[in-house]
Design a protein around this ligand. Structure first.
Ligand SMILES: *Cc1c(COP(=O)(O)O)cnc(C)c1O
Length: 397
């Protein structure tokens, strides 16, 4: 039945028919605890009543307008999103790759207008993931995604995260338009950048007028316990970081495809009429859901709960003899094991039967399991999920 799909995904043998909170139910009525949230997308779990209500109410008004017109819902949302990120303006789009494409276009035009031709390089980090289009693949600092698809968009270089000397050298003020980084790398196994590295990046970018751009597609939107992960970092003087560009997607509308490019003071007026666009960008149903995300997630108490729940999960993994390393911020958790992470992921699913539930996890590389549970996860669900992980770690893998 599934051979009509192009063979791009390593699919698992489960077909889901419904979801409820942190749980998914398959075609045979088996139950699964969702510690992956559709890769950090279903941040409020499944069938979250305020989200369903918002989506249905908007769907009953209109699904879509062209960007020749304003939507009351989208305008309200854009205003609140810009505020939540302490940025100036936003461009709404449909995915992470599209958001990063927009960010790169802004960086190049900003630099071209101010400094002329030739200062168009964008520096990113090794191990980064910025998307699957030809340009965002160029930005992605992982060779394994590159083979077979060249030639790529010119003008991207990748340096090692944490290497301040390399950063200093790479950020050549005559050649470089922007630095694009994930404060916490997701796809490569949950790798938070150090405070020193980010402070140095902020300093170099500021003194050389290179745009400081954060890809918060996976680590943003409350995932790490602050609305944006960059809020947990400071500049070299100890002041809050000021990003020139922030990109969001994944959990931004809690399950409806959407993305955003947010621009600060320097960059908010770089695009002018005709420079950029997207037919489906600024979808009203996505905006209605995005409003629920902002109202629900962006409160001090809700964000504190994300941190607490993350701490509860990592406390089980830390010092476990079968866990080599745990890296985490909030509900963004990676842990390395001796054996094959994919095999553990498969076993966690296969344990679902009439009596027991399955557990949905993600991997990030051969030996790393990645947990990105929905924020609405309860303490009891954490206990149940972690009991399964302990059971699997106890087995010989
Ligand atoms: C998932 C992801 C992207 C790409 O998002 P898509 O919506 O799949 O295009 C970009 N950057 C980061 C950090 C991501 O996690």
């Amino acid at each position: 039945m599934n051979n009509v799909f192009m063979n791009t995904y390593h699919r698992l043998p489960v077909t889901f028919v419904k979801g409820e909170g942190s749980w998914l139910f398959d075609i045979d009525g088996k139950k699964y605890l969702d510690f992956g949230s559709g890769i950090a997308v279903n941040i409020l779990g499944h069938n979250y009543p305020p989200l369903v209500k918002a989506a249905c109410e908007q769907a009953a008004k209109y699904f879509h307008l062209s960007n020749y017109f304003l939507s009351d819902t989208v305008s309200l949302y854009a205003q609140k999103l810009v505020q939540a990120c302490t940025m100036k303006k936003v461009f709404l789009c449909n995915s992470g790759a599209e958001a990063n494409e927009g960010a790169c276009k802004i960086a190049r035009k900003y630099s071209l207008l101010k400094y002329g031709q030739g200062r168009h390089t964008i520096v990113t980090l090794k191990g980064s993931f910025h998307g699957r289009t030809i340009t965002t693949l160029s930005a992605t600092g992982q060779e394994k995604f590159h083979k077979d698809f060249g030639p790529f968009t010119d003008g991207f270089i990748h340096i090692k995260g944490g290497d301040i000397d390399a950063l200093d050298k790479a950020l050549d003020g005559k050649k470089v338009a922007g630095l694009l980084i994930e404060a916490v790398q997701g796809e490569s196994g949950i790798v938070p950048q150090s405070e020193e590295f980010i402070a140095a990046a902020a300093e170099f970018c500021k003194e050389r007028d290179i745009l400081l751009m954060f890809d918060e597609i996976q680590c943003g939107l409350g995932r790490t316990g602050t609305f944006l992960a960059l809020e947990q970092y400071k500049d070299a003087k100890g002041n809050p970081l000021k990003a020139d560009i922030v990109t969001l997607a994944k959990g931004i509308a809690a399950g409806i495809p959407a993305g955003a490019v947010l621009a600060g003071e320097k960059t908010c007026d770089v695009f002018t009429v005709g420079d950029h666009g997207s037919t489906f960008g600024a979808n009203p149903i996505a905006a209605a859901c995005g409003l629920v995300v902002l109202e629900t997630v962006n409160t001090p108490s809700f964000l504190a709960e994300i941190k607490r729940k993350g701490g509860k999960i990592t406390s089980v993994l830390k010092n476990h003899p079968k866990v080599k390393e745990v890296r985490s911020k909030g509900l963004m958790i990676g842990f390395d094991i001796e054996g094959d992470a994919w095999a553990v992921l498969e076993k966690a699913i296969a344990r679902a039967d009439k009596e027991s539930f399955g557990l949905l996890m993600l991997t990030a590389g051969a030996n790393t399991l990645r947990l990105l549970p929905p924020y609405i996860l309860t303490d009891s669900e954490i206990d149940q999920g972690m009991a399964v992980i302990l059971e699997l770690l106890a087995e010989k893998n």
